[in-house]
Design a protein. Structure first.
Length: 434
């Protein structure tokens, strides 16, 4: 099976962002399939291509994956218009690549929603080839709910693109129960849609066994003592990180200078968050630059508690599957979550952390104090988190589920062809003998 895989933000573990597509592609290859990955260029990504020319498109083999990188720089600091143009330019160039490449199944993953455009185009140009669409966030529901996009014409265009993507796909992959429900509601009931959430990299992240576990000296800016609570990932509007700073203010007022809040990552709002901390003298907050996944694993092994933070937007409750949560539980860290939904339900069910009400800094601070003052509770929740990672979200198991799913979709085409041949042969046989 030849898989043509479109992911604009593709990265190997050398980058400082999620590696789901890399891991899924590697397992497809391990199962005997060929993968061509078509991606863009992002500040936090590392596509693995070593020798890059000034050409608009570069190509090479990365750990067995045939990587085609479209040289379109992208950053979270870009404005909405610039990002939109980058998304559209990627999609248009991707159509040309899809037309030239041979494949059995075209697999496109959003966000952005424009990642589905090559699949839509190929349903018209190569109608016999399968198109599977993976949805990581429900668009346009999320930007509409956040108020990021308010122009009715733009929202209408996004809704039309969403509808076209679901109409064109032969099958879908959803990363959360809410995404699955949304895709099912908007597409024909006969189309198979599989829930395959983000997974846990159990070979990269390991539980901590002490304050300086992780093999060595702490990086500059990382607190050397006290309870260390970590947030990793983007510092943008969707993340709602002012909620953590609100809790930091409550901790300071209660004299809990032993509880440190560490932010690892980058994003458009990071300068504002840093400025607020300086202005309010929140010395219990520490900001570090994004790091590659293996280095992140070392930092997290020197951490006590993880922070699963999002803005209080109801569309987030069941419509997202954040990478960071799965990294946290892989590392055996108790999770403090500040919004309701499927992850909060899971945390409560498996007793692997504390879910606090949104927009309640006092409850947030109290949860951190409770974990700081009860090491046994912290360790028990950490063990439960790692157990959940191992039993429910092992990346290898989830990758194999995806491979099985894609094989079943492609085999449907083979079965359909065989049936057409059988019908044709039978028809010709009866015509000959009549």
């Amino acid at each position: 099976m030849k898989v043509l895989y479109f992911h604009q933000y593709f990265s190997t573990p050398k980058g400082a962002t999620g590696t789901r597509s890399y891991e899924l592609a590697r397992q497809l290859i391990a199962r005997g399939h060929d993968v061509t990955m078509v991606c863009g260029s992002a500040v936090l990504s590392d596509t693995g291509l070593q020798s890059k020319s000034n050409r608009a498109i570069c190509r090479g083999n990365v750990d067995g994956i045939d990587v085609i990188e479209i040289r379109l720089p992208y950053s979270n600091y870009d404005g909405l218009l610039k990002r939109t143009l980058t998304f559209l330019r990627y999609a248009l160039r991707a159509i040309g690549i899809a037309w030239r490449e041979r494949y059995d199944v075209l697999y496109a993953t959003s966000t952005p929603l424009t990642a589905g455009i090559p699949g839509i185009a190929m349903r018209l140009l190569k109608p016999r080839h399968k198109f599977v669409f993976e949805v990581r966030d429900l668009w346009p529901e999320l930007p509409r709910a956040m108020g990021v996009v308010t122009n009715p014409v733009v929202l209408g265009g996004m809704s039309a693109l969403e509808k076209l993507s679901y109409s064109a796909m032969h099958a879908g992959v959803a990363l959360s129960p809410g995404i699955h429900e949304g895709m099912t509601r908007r597409s024909r009931k006969t189309k198979p849609i599989e829930i395959i959430p983000n997974g846990c990299d159990l070979e990269i992240f390991h539980p901590s066994h002490g304050p300086n576990d992780g093999g060595g000296q702490l990086v500059p800016g990382f607190p050397s003592d006290g309870l260390r609570c970590v947030f990793t990932g983007a510092h943008g509007r969707a993340n709602g990180l002012d909620a953590v700073l609100d809790a930091a203010s409550v901790l300071r007022s209660r004299g809990r200078s032993d509880i440190h809040l560490v932010f690892i990552g980058d994003g458009k709002l990071k300068p504002q968050l840093v400025a607020r901390c300086e202005r309010e003298k929140l010395t219990n907050c520490h900001f570090l630059d994004p790091v590659p996944k293996r280095q992140l694993s070392t930092l997290m092994s020197q951490t006590d508690v993880s922070l699963m933070i999002l803005a209080n937007v109801p569309a987030f409750y069941y419509g997202t599957s954040p990478n960071k949560f799965f990294d946290y539980i892989s590392a055996g860290l108790p999770v403090v979550n500040n919004y309701p939904g499927w992850l909060a339900d899971m945390i409560g069910q498996h007793e692997c952390g504390i879910a606090v009400p949104p927009e309640n800094p006092a409850a947030f601070a109290e949860a951190l104090i409770r974990l700081a003052d009860d090491p046994d509770l912290r360790r028990r929740m950490g063990r439960n988190a790692r157990r959940l990672a191992e039993t429910e979200f092992n990346r290898l198991d989830l990758a194999n589920r995806l491979v099985d799913f894609l094989e079943s979709i492609v085999s449907q085409r083979t079965d359909e062809r065989a049936e057409r041949v059988k019908v044709t042969v039978n028809h010709e046989y009866h015509e000959y003998h009549e």
